[in-house]
Write a protein that binds this ligand. Structure first.
Ligand SMILES: Cc1cc2nc3c(=O)[nH]c(=O)nc-3n(C[C@H](O)[C@H](O)[C@H](O)COP(=O)(O)OP(=O)(O)OC[C@H]3O[C@@H](n4cnc5c(N)ncnc54)[C@H](O)[C@@H]3O)c2cc1C
Length: 402
């Protein structure tokens, strides 16, 4: 492959560049990112970065000299404004035209904005980038009353961090339970109990209608509930950055549509990471997954496609969240419709296993119990019916059941 241009210098863009260099010592690799920073991983933003703790090498992952050493032409502050597929080139916002033999779109997503009256107030923030995290931390240090809109993974991590920094925190969630997109109801209840025990006020089943300015603060109107705050953080999900792809005529549906190795509908153009919607072998449907795992490993499958290797992305989905001193890991597909088996693991720990109608383990949630992640992954991969009583018995090692 002669010249590969990668648009988006986030985790997926970096991983694609690295994997491509491993496979092809000759390729010219250009990595263009609009942010002023070199590639970084986002999970620490809502955890260590907000708390002012050292994220270690979990943030930038690679030293600045890594890119030149691996002959990856990284250009930060370089926003791509258009793709010209017929000419095989991209155009940056500064007007520079850069030709490609293959193009990878790793443009990720942006934070979804609230669409209610008053949401444009400067005291309403979102969290997606390192700069967002720095701005949010600076505000949290003044210990405002914080209202978090959205009880998903990022909203709850922000709520936990704000609470730990001494803020009074209220979470407004439109659904009847927390983290409804990724964990079963029994786990949502435990997470709610954790937050309440640490002093977070939760209002579930309350959809925000408006944000009203008041002298010195804001009032969030959710109909039955009104919440006073000095700072609002919206954690209501992400919107894939598909504008470039759409303008270039690529097939897009809440993400750039690709095959299992990232090939888009346009010859020579690929999509990697969170922006891609691809046929997921385990889920058995097309999915766009917002997780570190996909940003880390799906781009390597794209690199293989660029080098003519047929080896699709195929992993059991995995994500984690850290809230207060809890670690939750979600594996596979713990669909709320599945039967849930609880496997106790001692004080404050448990594994929840989701069984389909055939008694096969399809998903798992590990509460402070990451040590069972590997046997759970094996059980899910095995895809055979398991004995419920033995599954629930902590004396029976999971590896005996796989
Ligand atoms: C705060 C936060 C916490 C998270 N925590 C966890 C967690 O605990 N566990 C977990 O599993 N997952 C977590 N995730 C999810 C996971 O990290 C993301 O899904 C991952 O960052 C996706 O990587 P990406 O490279 O595909 O996209 P992004 O990280 O969005 O990177 C895309 C990059 O492309 C750039 N870009 C976009 N358009 C252009 C353009 N036109 N020109 C140039 N550059 C462009 C963007 O500025 C951005 O830098 C978290 C995400 C966030 C935001």
């Amino acid at each position: 492959m002669a010249r590969v241009v990668i648009v988006g210098a986030g985790q997926a863009g970096r991983r694609c560049a690295e994997a491509l260099r491993d496979l092809d010592p000759e390729a010219e690799i250009v990595l263009l990112g609009e942010e002023p920073h070199p590639p970084y991983d986002r999970p620490p933003l809502s955890k260590a970065v907000l708390l002012g703790a050292d994220p270690g090498n979990g943030l930038f992952v690679r030293a600045p000299e890594f890119y030149a050493a691996r002959r990856i032409a990284l250009r930060t502050g370089a926003r791509v404004a258009a793709i010209e597929p017929a000419a095989g080139r991209v155009v940056t916002e500064a007007g520079e035209r850069i030709g490609y033999d293959a193009l990878v779109l790793a443009t990720g997503a942006r934070a979804r904005r609230l669409a209610v009256p008053g949401a444009e107030d400067p005291r309403v923030l979102t969290l997606r980038t390192l700069d967002d995290a720095a701005a949010l931390r600076a505000r949290l240090l003044a210990r405002p009353r914080v209202a978090v809109v959205g009880g998903g993974l990022i909203g709850l991590e922000v709520a936990a961090a704000a609470c730990r920094l001494g803020c009074a925190v209220t979470v407004l969630e439109a659904a009847e339970r927390l983290m409804a997109r990724c964990v079963p109801p029994a786990v949502s209840d435990l997470v709610a109990a954790l937050h309440r025990a640490r002093g977070v006020t939760l209002h579930l089943g309350q959809a925000l209608r408006a944000i009203e300015p008041r002298p010195g603060g804001l009032v969030l109107d959710a109909g039955a509930v009104r919440v006073e705050a000095e700072l609002v953080v919206a954690g209501i999900g992400g919107v894939p950055n598909t504008t470039l792809a759409e303008a270039a005529g690529l097939a897009v549906r809440d993400g750039i549509l690709t095959d299992a190795q990232g090939r888009s509908s346009a010859e020579g153009i690929y999509a990697a990471g969170e922006v891609a919607r691809f046929p997921h072998p385990f889920l058995g449907r097309a999915a766009r997954l917002e997780s570190w795992q996909v940003a880390q490993n799906q781009p390597a499958a794209v690199a293989r496609a660029l080098c003519g290797e047929a080896a699709p992305y195929d992993e059991i989905p995995w994500l984690w969240t850290d809230q207060f001193d809890w670690n939750l890991q979600v594996l596979g597909d713990p669909d709320p419709a599945f039967e849930l088996v609880r496997r106790p693991a001692g004080e404050g720990r448990a594994t929840f296993l989701a069984l389909d109608a055939g008694g096969r383990v399809r998903g798992a949630v590990l509460l402070n119990n990451g040590r069972e992640a590997t046997p759970c992954r094996r059980l899910i991969a095995a895809g055979k019916a398991v004995d419920r009583a033995r599954l629930a018995d902590p004396e029976v090692p999971l590896r005996q059941l796989a």
